[in-house]
Design a protein around this ligand. Structure first.
Ligand code: SF4
Ligand code: SF4
Length: 97
């Protein structure tokens, strides 16, 4: 899955480091290894690999992460359905992902 990279600077993902308590949940749940721990804080190291699935936001008890789930080509369902040749509900262009 790590090979799926999106257009640069289009991902809605935002990390508020001030709120982060270093629990590491975002690192554990992210399927694209977008986060890494740097000491006691999470860091966005591969932001453009984010597919906007929302798992990090859902699992961050500190509300330190904001992401628009299923936004545009970041929709995981669109990627999976596109892989199998099925037109996605999240995107009108079946050739884009
Ligand atoms: S899940 Fe939230 S609080 Fe925990 S390391 Fe990640 S950003 Fe920080
Ligand atoms: S939204 Fe999904 S892919 Fe993006 S950083 Fe969070 S867990 Fe990873």
């Amino acid at each position: 899955m790590i090979d799926f990279k999106y257009l640069g600077e289009t991902v809605s993902l935002i990390l508020n480091k001030e709120k982060c308590n270093g629990c590491g949940m975002c690192v554990k749940v992210c399927p694209h290894a977008v986060f890494e721990m740097n000491g006691s804080k999470a860091e966005l190291t591969l932001k453009d690999y984010c597919m906007e699935c929302g798992a990090c936001q859902l699992n961050c008890a500190q509300n330190a992460i904001k992401v628009t789930v299923g936004n545009g080509c970041g929709c995981a369902t669109g990627i999976i359905e596109g892989y199998f040749g099925v037109e996605s509900e999240c995107c009108s262009d079946s050739t884009c992902c």
